[in-house]
Design a protein around this ligand. Structure first.
Ligand code: NIG
Ligand code: FE
Length: 418
């Protein structure tokens, strides 16, 4: 398949971008992409590629901008039911953490997710997967974390692997048993941490080797926050996970800074996410670290808070900045990466080009997939978006809708209804 005559073909660098290079989109006007099977085979000017490949099936992209598929490196895609009543409580003045410590919040989704059958959970999650795919997310990281005991955590991992197998959305699973202290362990959180370290992580490793040995091990994530897991508990879980070979991620500095981002950098985590309360000194540490800094602007927006991740400072410090949705039933039931981009440009002052870079190649790096995903280069997986518009800046300029016309996933064309 030869996609040709694209008004703008965005080819941000094949490697993650930092500092002043961040946002170099290398736009080819009248651009073309040759796809062979699941892979990008050639990229260039239409006149050239049309001449060199005269017999290919053609896709006319004239009047449309073409860019890499979005990678969403932080979602909680799999859950049952909803928390609409809590949203109303928050509007009336209760805070997210108050509701959580009173037994609602994450625990309420845990109760619903534990009771849901695998088939129900697949059905509810598949709908969300289809929705975000239609909005241009071609790959998403997705976390467990609404089981908080082995069988229900495993059920979520199985749902994620099954939906990845069904496609077209590609899913990179993360194990987040350390999402909240489950009810029953309220007065002895260390016993739960012990259960994660001594039982769940070794079981997960065994299970993976028996059932998913062709895939890399999932990430292990911890919600490091006052009211969830302390710094010391996070360190313990990380140390155990790392010894077993799991790559690490962390929820850090969402509401209070208890040192999670610094620990993630120190331990070589793949990413540290949220980073609303991260200090200037910690921001500087990202500059000399391979740990990606993942901003989730839908979360403060969803919580009606005014403070956002210091994304500009992270870029200025040479950090590897990525954007994600945080799609979840508590703080942000929205997986629209187009809206993430639009909000990032307003609330965190990114340029549209920086936001797109953070949602593609840098987001791929935040899930260790930058070799295959996130840019339009020969050898990479053919995951591309064709916009309804001819200028990529409309992704930031407009908001709340869907500017994605067609999606190529692993070289296969999926069309959105007009
Ligand atoms: O990233 N902060 C912890 N986890 C989610 C919220 C999950 C929930 O409320 O269900 C987050 O914001
Ligand atoms: Fe999250």
């Amino acid at each position: 398949m030869l996609i040709h005559s694209a008004a703008q073909l965005l080819t941000p660098s094949a490697q993650p971008q930092r500092g002043s290079r961040m946002g170099e989109l290398s736009i080819i006007p009248n651009g073309a992409v040759l796809i062979e099977g699941e892979t990008i085979a050639a990229v260039g000017e239409s006149a050239d590629l049309l001449r060199r490949y005269p017999n290919e099936e053609r896709y006319d992209a004239s009047g449309h901008a073409v860019l890499p598929g979005f990678v969403d490196p932080h979602t909680h895609l799999v859950w049952a039911s909803d928390r609409a009543a809590e949203f109303e409580m928050r509007l009336e003045g209760k805070t997210y953490m108050e509701i959580m410590t009173a037994g609602g919040g994450i625990q309420s989704t845990v109760n619903a997710t534990r009771s849901a059958s695998t088939a129900e959970l697949i059905a509810q999650t598949a709908r969300r997967a289809q929705d975000i795919f239609a909005l241009g997310t071609t790959t998403a990281e997705a976390k467990s974390g609404y089981g908080l005991e082995w069988t229900s955590e495993l059920k979520q991992m199985e749902v994620l692997l099954e939906l990845d197998r069904q496609g077209p959305l590609e899913i990179q699973p993360t194990f987040l048993a350390a999402h909240a202290i489950p009810s029953g362990f309220g007065d002895r959180p260390d016993a739960y941490v012990q259960q994660i370290c001594a039982q769940m992580l070794p079981e997960l490793k065994n299970w993976w080797e028996r059932h998913a040995s062709k895939r890399p091990l999932p990430f292990v994530d911890v919600f490091c926050e006052k009211g969830a897991f302390s710094l010391e508990q996070t360190r313990l879980i990380f140390t155990t996970a790392q010894e077993l070979g799991f790559p690490l991620k962390v929820h850090a500095d969402e509401f209070e800074n208890i040192g999670g981002a610094r620990l993630a950098i120190e331990m070589g985590a793949v990413s540290a996410d949220h980073l609303v309360k991260t200090s200037p000194e910690e921001v500087r540490l990202f500059g000399s670290s391979s740990t990606a800094a993942v901003a989730l602007p839908l979360t403060p927006f969803g919580l009606n808070e005014l403070e956002y991740t210091p994304a500009k400072a992270i870029i200025a410090a040479n950090g590897l900045l990525a954007l994600a949705s945080d799609l979840n039933p508590g703080t942000a039931w929205c997986g629209n990466m187009q809206f993430v981009i639009a909000l990032a440009c307003r609330a965190m002052h990114l340029t549209p080009a920086q936001a797109i870079t953070a949602a593609t190649i840098n987001a791929a790096a935040a899930i260790q997939r930058e070799e295959q995903l996130g840019s339009i280069h020969p050898g990479k997986q053919a995951d591309l978006l064709v916009l309804r518009v001819d200028d990529y800046r409309h992704l930031a300029y407009r908001f709340g809708g869907n500017l994605v016309k067609d999606i190529f996933k692993k070289g296969r064309l999926y069309q959105n209804p007009c």
